[in-house]
Structure formats: structure tokens, C-alpha cells
Write a protein that binds this ligand. Structure first.
Ligand code: CAA
Length: 249
């Protein structure tokens, strides 16, 4: 099947995994737009230079995915500037780790808002267009820790598990309309997020991974690119684990 040039949006698009997903989709010939949080504005200059050095043109739009209003505003701006969205990658995410004993409501709320509620806020504005056009690829970046739980991550594990519930429900709503909705669940990936784990804990985690290493962001991006393809029309509601063998089920 010939691959059409599609318009793709990647939330958290200037982050560790998001950047590489943007690059991969752009290399595959898609028009790509990265969304970033307003607090990341100082990184934009350097980020754009890095993409230009690779000869990649990636659009940028700022906004807060954890706000229903700003999410809707951002997606409407995307469609005005770049056209209808065919591929949506919900990749924005944060951690606020802490044991239950120490976790405060702000840590819980921040992670549920940014990692889970955002998926509704961002998908909702483009969903109807996908239904009308009879085409769409929604890919939600969840986590290994949403599949098996993680000590110190009650908030993050709940949000990431919730993302896949959303995937399965929406996959059913899109199935007869040419829209696939899938989850990709990375394990530990070499990014700033995992660099922030205390070194001794990080070393113990890597020691427990059957492949004895973290994933590269490119290894996540290749699965996203696969699911985003025109010819992946029959995979929907799936959860693809990419975790080096750390969790199998
Ligand atoms: N299972 C069981 N017990 C554990 C444990 C585990 N996995 N980890 C720690 N404990 C125990 C410790 O042995 C210790 O026990 P004692 O009190 O009896 O000595 C107790 O729990 C407290 O442990 P810490 O010293 O680690 O507690 P802390 O308050 O300093 O730190 C924490 C808590 C911040 C949650 C820290 O444990 C941590 O950073 N853990 C890693 C969390 C993690 O994996 N985050 C992933 C981030 S990357 C990401 O999220 C991307 C992705 O999608 C994979």
C-alpha cells in the first residue's frame, strides 16, 4: 500500500521520547507538529536548530495539555495552521514519584491531569474530524508501569493504566470508521525522566531488565511509526509493550 503524507501531532513533542517520534514521523514523510508546554519555551531555539541540522521541518505549538480549555485552543490552532489531524500521538507525561505515605494530593492531581485527563482533552477536539473523514491513527504512549504497577508510582501507574482503558473504549468507537486507537507501553527509556531516578535505584532497575539496558527513544518511535502507517488498518485496541523483557503477559 502507498503511504500517504499525513498530518501528525505529537504532544510532549520536544521531550525525550516525543522528539524522536516527531523525527521518525517526519522522516517517514508526514507533516509533523510538536506541542510543548509554555514552560519549555526556553528550549525551543536549541530544539529547532537540532531539527534543522537533520533537515527536518517540524511545526511547533505551545499549550497546556492538562487544561481542557488550552488543549482545545491548541488543537484548533494546529488545524488552522496545518490542516486536519490524521495521526495523534499522546505522548506528554510527567512523574511525581513518592510512596503513598508521602504522596500529597498535588502530586496525584498533577500526574492524573497531565498524563490521563490530557488524553481526553487533546483527542476530543480532533476525534469528530477523524470520524467525518473516515481516517485516523491515535497512539497513546502509556508505560510498563501502567501494566504492572511500580513502587512509588501510585499516581503514574493509575494514569498510565487508565490510558489503555481509554484506548480500548475509543478503539471500539473508531473501529467501523477507519480509525485505529492503540497504546504503546515503553519500559525504561533513556531520557531525562529516567535520568532523574536516584542512581542506585536506576542501576537496580537496569539490572533487573532481561536485556540489561534501557530502551532507546528510537525503539519506541519505530513502533509508533508502524502503528501510524496507512497499512496498519487492522490493529486496534492493542497495547504494545517495549520493555526489554521486563514484563511479559
Ligand atoms: N519494592 C519494595 N520495596 C521497595 C522498593 C520496591 N521496588 N523500592 C524501595 N523499597 C523500600 C526500600 O527498601 C525502603 O525500605 P525500608 O524503609 O524498610 O528501608 C523503603 O521502600 C523506602 O525506599 P526509598 O529509600 O527508595 O524511599 P524514598 O522515599 O527515598 O524514595 C521513591 C521513594 C522516590 C519512590 C524511590 O523509591 C524511587 O525513585 N523509586 C523508583 C520509582 C520509579 O521506578 N520511577 C520510574 C520513573 S521513570 C518512568 O516513570 C518512565 C516509565 O514509564 C517507566
Amino acid at each position: 500500500m502507498t503511504q500517504n503524507r499525513r498530518t501528525a501531532v505529537v504532544t510532549g513533542g520536544i521531550g525525550g521520547i516525543g522528539t524522536v517520534i516527531c523525527q521518525r514521523l517526519a522522516k517517514d514523510g508526514h507533516q509533523v507538529v510538536a506541542t510543548y508546554h509554555p514552560s519549555e519555551e526556553d528550549k525551543l531555539g536549541e530544539w529547532s536548530k537540532a531539527q534543522e541540522a537533520l533537515d527536518l521541518e517540524i511545526g511547533l505549538i505551545g499549550g497546556d495539555v492538562s487544561s481542557a480549555e488550552d488543549g482545545a485552543r491548541m488543537m484548533s490552532e494546529v488545524e488552522q495552521r496545518f490542516g486536519p489531524v490524521d495521526i495523534l500521538v499522546n505522548c506528554a507525561g510527567i512523574t511525581r514519584d513518592g510512596t503513598m505515605k508521602r504522596m500529597v494530593a498535588e502530586q496525584w492531581d498533577a500526574v492524573i491531569q497531565t498524563n490521563l485527563n490530557s488524553v481526553f482533552y487533546i483527542t476530543k477536539p480532533v476525534w469528530e474530524g477523524m470520524l467525518e473523514r473516515g481516517y485516523g491513527r491515535v497512539i497513546n504512549i502509556s508505560s510498563l508501569n501502567g501494566q504492572r504497577g511500580q513502587f512509588g508510582q501510585a499516581n503514574y501507574s493509575a494514569a498510565k493504566a487508565g490510558m489503555h482503558g481509554f484506548t480500548m473504549a475509543l478503539a471500539q468507537e473508531g473501529a467501523a470508521k477507519g480509525i485505529t486507537v492503540n497504546t504503546v507501553s515503553p519500559g525504561y527509556v533513556k531520557t531525562a525522566m529516567t535520568d532523574a531516578i536516584r542512581e542506585d535505584i536506576r542501576e537496580a532497575i537496569v539490572g533487573g531488565i532481561p536485556m540489561r539496558r534501557m530502551a532507546l527513544p528510537e525503539e519506541i518511535a519505530s513502533a509508533v511509526a508502524f502503528l501510524a502507517g496507512d497499512d496498519q488498518a487492522y490493529i486496534t485496541g492493542a497495547n504494545i509493550p517495549i520493555n526489554g523483557g521486563l514484563f511479559m503477559h
